[in-house]
Design a protein. Structure first.
Length: 197
């Protein structure tokens, strides 16, 4: 992993500085991947788009905050990824673009699946997770191969195996062959649990 230059951002609420990390390059050595698209990769971390200001706790899209030209004196803290509760709050309170709603709902999907990643015992979806997954599925475009695959995985996790199978009846590009095969296997087994690739 080769970190890129840090960017100093200014919180528009409290006007304190936030450091935005960047990556010049990374790799997938030692990475673990799951059928919901989440990855744990020591050399390719997922950098949050939405962050909580470390000073005032305001939520902000990091690339939309004004940039401060560094003169070498600032050593500001990084913004942290917000909790699922804060994500739900943002979805309820503000009108958002389709891209932002998709991002928030995907983050909630991944957060809900985190306890299931290491535990083989079935953990049923909560009512809130079902609502989120159904809303996320409506946001995804089945004409886009990656989003079609995500939608198929959502249908599988919801236990809608026939809907998942219909979405998987598609000639996916080679880059999606591993994940599409794994999801098909889990559909055939009528298994709704998130699975490691």
């Amino acid at each position: 992993m080769l970190p890129g230059p840090n960017i100093l951002r200014i919180c528009t609420q409290c006007h304190d500085l936030i450091t935005q990390a960047t990556l010049c390059s990374g790799n997938s050595f030692g990475a673990r991947l799951w059928t919901d698209g989440f990855r744990r990769a020591p050399m390719l971390p997922i950098l949050p788009w939405l962050v909580e200001c470390p000073h005032c706790r305001t939520l902000a899209w990091i690339d939309e905050l004004p940039e401060k030209q560094s003169d070498g004196e600032a050593n500001a803290p990084h913004g942290e990824a917000p909790s699922p509760e804060r994500l739900h709050e943002l979805l309820r309170k503000r009108p958002l673009s389709r891209t932002k709603k998709t991002y928030l709902r995907q983050q909630l999907w991944w957060a809900g699946n985190h306890p299931r990643r290491e535990d083989t015992a079935p953990l049923p979806l909560s009512a809130e997770e079902v609502v989120n997954l159904e809303a996320l599925a409506r946001l995804l475009d089945s004409e886009d191969e990656e989003q079609r695959l995500q939608k198929a995985e959502i249908m599988r996790e919801l236990g809608r195996f026939d809907d998942a199978a219909a979405l998987l009846a598609f000639d996916f590009d080679e880059e999606f062959s591993t994940v599409s095969t794994r999801i098909r296997e889990r559909v055939a087994a009528r298994d709704p649990r998130v699975a490691e690739l």
